[in-house]
Design a protein around this ligand. Structure first.
Ligand code: NCD
Ligand code: ZN
Length: 349
């Protein structure tokens, strides 16, 4: 197969940042995706509907001209950042706004900009009960923060300690287990009711943990949840090949300036938006499942969020091209995943 044309995809998990950094990365997403679920982990985080509204206005103002002039439309789908103090009233306001599509749960301290996250999920139960009532999805960063738990086991332990009790207490709560990385998470989501789904990144489909250590320490492959063993990568591949609508695309593209990753204590996050759909195409091709890419990238997420499927199309050509060593990022530089290496597919103009 040398060319693929399919329904324009959506990104159901994206970090856009703000200001000049957002301006730098937004065109990469808009070129490929019609909509994106925008993560709320700004500093300070987006905890209210009013803040989500103003963040949305800033994103729309920063959209490249092509999207503003109605050529290719892009719609940011906003989220709130759950804290110990999020109230049921705030959830009602979010639902009524029509622009907030989900609420993100970061265990406090689990990842980049998560200090204001939830210290104990039971503190958030009045907000979660309202979300269950009004059908607002909870997007979960599923890793325990217990320093005694091995970093490679934090997702699996989270299932036992948090996910299972949460769904026992709130059985109708709509939950997306974000950026799953393990066979355990695949099994858990597969066995859970239909309203429990998961996003899967391109980097977790393409790489196992060796990528972080091949010939030296490679900070641009460091993200959270961290890359896992090959058996887990294989389980993610099987999940997407199975065509189960519970599993859909979420890049978790997370830009960090080069100097904040190439340092003694580097930030977690891979910048994949630059080549996102092309990397997914590579992953699906390796799995002999290019015929499953459209539904994963363009149908299942929209269906889960009760939004219409996109009508526009994109075309990918089988064409090797070299990813730049770095990209401009405000006054800094941004090293995209695969920098200086080739990608096998290229999106058409
Ligand atoms: C994300 C970021 O940089 O905002 N980092 C990451 O490694 N994925 C936060 C997150 O989603 O965990
Ligand atoms: Zn993320």
């Amino acid at each position: 197969m040398h060319q693929l044309t399919f329904t324009r995809p959506d990104d159901w998990h994206l970090h856009l940042r703000d200001g000049t950094l957002m301006q730098a990365v937004l065109p990469d997403t808009v070129r490929q995706f019609a909509r994106a679920i925008v993560m709320p982990n700004l500093k300070p985080p987006v905890t209210s509907t009013a803040q989500a509204q103003s963040y949305r206005t800033r994103i729309i103002a920063a959209l490249p001209d092509i999207a503003k002039s109605g050529g290719t439309k892009f719609e940011p789908l906003m989220t709130l950042y759950l804290t110990d103090n999020t109230s049921a009233e705030e959830i009602k306001r979010a639902k009524q706004s029509g622009i907030v599509h989900a609420v993100k749960y970061y265990p406090a301290g689990a990842t980049t900009n998560s200090d204001a996250g939830v210290t104990d999920i039971r503190k958030a139960y009045s907000a979660l009960e309202e979300m269950q009532r009004c059908g607002m999805p909870l997007l979960v960063h599923g890793e325990v923060t217990d320093k005694n738990v091995d970093v490679f086991d934090r997702e699996t332990v989270f299932i036992e300690r948090v996910m299972i009790p949460l769904l026992r207490d709130l059985p109708q709560l709509r939950v997306v287990f974000e950026h799953i990385t393990t066979r355990d998470a695949v099994q858990f989501v597969t066995g859970a009711p239909d309203h429990v789904a998961a996003t899967i990144t391109a980097h977790h489909l393409l790489y196992n943990r060796n990528a972080m250590f091949s010939g030296g320490l490679r900070p641009h492959y460091y993200c959270l949840p961290v890359l896992k063993r090959e058996v887990h990568r294989e389980a993610l591949g099987k999940a997407v090949v199975g065509g189960n609508p519970k599993f859909f695309l979420g890049t978790d593209s997370a830009p960090h300036a080069q100097h904040t990753k190439e340092t003694a204590c580097g930030c977690a996050g891979c910048y994949t938006a630059h080549t996102a759909i092309e990397l997914y195409a590579e992953a699906f091709e390796q799995l002999n499942a290019l015929d499953k890419l459209e539904a994963f990238a363009s149908f299942y997420g929209a269906d889960y969020y009760h939004l219409p499927r996109n009508t526009g199309k994109i075309t990918l050509n089988k064409e090797n091209w070299r990813v730049p060593d770095s990209l401009p990022f405000g006054e800094h530089k941004l090293v995209p995943l695969r920098a200086g290496e080739n990608v096998a597919w290229k999106i058409g103009g």
